[in-house]
Design a protein around this ligand. Structure first.
Ligand SMILES: *Cc1c(COP(=O)(O)O)cnc(C)c1O
Length: 381
């Protein structure tokens, strides 16, 4: 009989194992889905309202407005402050595409500011230099679950009457060094419930949160074609509604979020220990360990990144490159006129970073296997 299990072939470690989480909540999630099925109320309704209140309370703000995705949450937030052609929105070139995509879709121009290489977030010291009379919004992204230093942004925005919108898609539950939650340090903040986010639904979903009653009202109108009351349209919106099935499942998961975040933080700590035990700190750079980081992704900088990724794949370890092409180098933004070298820190990050598995249910054998494989790669090479 051939050996099915050798020292070489430890069990595979995917980048994210959603089945492991589902296994712990199967009955509750099925009950929630059943409840929606029996109600036959699928769009907005009581499940969505309840989730909106629960998320707003969790984040520490007044209103939550459920949206069809994180992307639509951002789009609606920009629409709520009438963003359109001629307007400039300051943001980072090192993020998921949606951050800049929503700006361009409204005919506005993304104005990029390079990142701080220590945490991959927008370098707040470079923002003032690109503010013009057309700057309407500053949109920082709390990338990978690490909160941007918001005070300098808020000070600039206040002085120049600019709106701040947090792209908090990867940052639900994250806090800054003073313990303030992502989502309460701006006029509006946007979360994503895409399945790979820390609070993930069973499909697409998102939420815009705000403490401002008028913006909340506008956001509620915008997600339903700008109507209020039904069939009377003062503004043009879209269909950005969150559905009840997503809300019901997310309501099961939300009470577990802090526990999952703790497990992610423990895994990050374990990586730090394992990396230093194997003397890997000279080879790879680990993400900075800020207290409120929620590690939606655990992103290292690694020499010969692509080779390392292939080596890990051969050892059945899933990884991902977030993101291989910075936004200013995307073909669709060629019209903005950027060239390679314009944002060197973002370009370096795109070349050097690799996300390792960090999901809460990872066990110690898996973490050890990952780090041992990385150690083997750098030993050999
Ligand atoms: C996931 C994500 C989005 C978009 O969210 P979707 O729910 O996938 O539409 C926007 N910005 C960032 C930074 C994200 O990671």
């Amino acid at each position: 009989m051939p050996a099915t299990h050798t020292a070489q072939s430890a069990s595979p470690v995917p980048l994210l194992d959603l089945k492991a989480q589902y296994a712990t909540l199967r009955d509750e999630i099925r009950d929630a889905i059943e409840r929606v099925m029996e109600s036959q109320h699928f769009i907005l309704g009581p499940e969505v309202s309840a989730l909106e209140e629960e998320v707003a309370r969790y984040v520490g703000t007044k209103h939550g407005i459920g949206m069809s995705s994180g992307t639509d949450a951002l789009l609606a937030a920009l629409m709520a402050v009438d963003i359109g052609p001629g307007d400039e929105i300051i943001t980072t070139p090192y993020s998921f595409f949606a951050t800049a995509g929503v700006i361009a879709r409204l005919g506005a121009t993304p104005v990029f500011v390079d990142i701080d290489p220590s945490d991959f977030n927008i370098d707040t010291t470079r923002i003032e230099a690109v503010i013009t009379g057309r700057t309407k919004v500053i949109m920082p992204v709390h990338l990978f679950g690490s909160v941007v230093d918001m005070d300098p942004i808020r000070a600039l925005a206040k002085a120049q009457q600019i709106t701040v919108i947090e792209d908090a898609a990867q940052a639900i539950g994250a806090r800054d060094e003073q313990g303030r939650s992502a989502g309460i340090m701006s006029e509006m903040a946007c979360f994503s419930f895409f399945p790979s986010k820390n609070l993930g639904g069973v499909g697409d979903g998102g939420m815009t949160v705000t403490a401002d009653d008028e913006l909340a009202e506008r956001l509620r109108m915008l997600r339903a074609h700008g109507s209020k009351p039904k069939y009377y349209h003062k503004i043009v919106g879209g269909n950005f509604r969150l559905d009840a099935l997503q809300a019901a499942v997310l309501r099961v998961k939300l009470p577990h979020l802090d526990k999952w975040t703790e497990a992610r933080r423990r895994n990050a700590e374990r990586y730090r220990t394992l990396f230093s035990e194997r003397n890997l700190n000279a080879s790879a750079t680990l993400p900075s360990d800020t207290p409120g980081h929620i590690y939606n992704q655990f992103v290292i900088r690694a020499p010969r990144r692509d080779e390392l990724q292939r080596f890990l794949a051969a050892a059945q370890v899933g990884t991902e490159v977030y993101y291989p092409v910075p936004l200013h180098m995307q073909e669709c933004f060629a019209y903005i006129g950027h060239k390679e070298g314009d944002f060197p820190h973002s370009e370096a990050a795109a070349r050097e970073t690799l996300a390792l598995p960090i999901y809460p249910e990872l066990n110690d054998a898996q973490l050890t296997h990952i780090v041992d494989t990385i150690a083997k790669f750098y030993e050999k090479n």
